[in-house]
Design a protein. Structure first.
Length: 149
């Protein structure tokens, strides 16, 4: 058995705008990635850098619907239109080891994906970067490390 994380939230914009905020490196770097930003757009079959010690492999990209990534674990993001014109974003991460390191990583990444979704909402809906000045390491110009998995 492996440990999993699942978070979700509503972004008050249409699916294509929310999806673009994830696949577009300039936008993603405006609210989520660490010092240096995302290295490239999310395109199936490529590898991008979000953190200095953790390449992110892009397995699948279904425009305006779904993204599947690997960074030691499997990360699946889905984007579903809501009747009010907004988008429901669901982020699921699976494949954590069932040991102390896996439990710690699951907990930390649940926190991280929740922060990402909150930051995405603020950026996409209002143009606000909630991450700016949030992490002491980044204020010192130090790139953040990806968690152990």
């Amino acid at each position: 058995m492996t440990l999993n994380v699942r978070i979700s939230g509503r972004i008050g914009r249409k699916v294509d705008e929310v999806f673009d905020a994830v696949v577009n490196p300039k936008k993603l770097s405006s609210y989520f990635t660490t010092v240096g930003g995302a290295s490239a757009p999310l395109v199936a079959g490529t590898t991008v850098i979000w953190w200095k010690n953790a390449p992110v492999e892009v397995d699948e990209v279904e425009a305006n619907r779904r993204i599947v990534l690997r960074c030691k674990t499997k990360i699946e993001m889905t984007f579903d239109p809501i009747d009010d014109g907004g988008t429901l974003v669901v982020i699921e991460e699976s494949g954590w080891r069932e040991d102390e390191a896996g439990r710690r990583g699951t907990y930390l990444n649940c926190e991280g994906w929740t922060q990402m979704l909150c930051c995405m909402k603020a950026f996409v809906e209002h143009g606000i970067n909630l991450r700016e000045g949030f992490f002491l390491s980044e204020m010192r110009g130090e790139p953040a490390e990806a968690p152990d998995r």
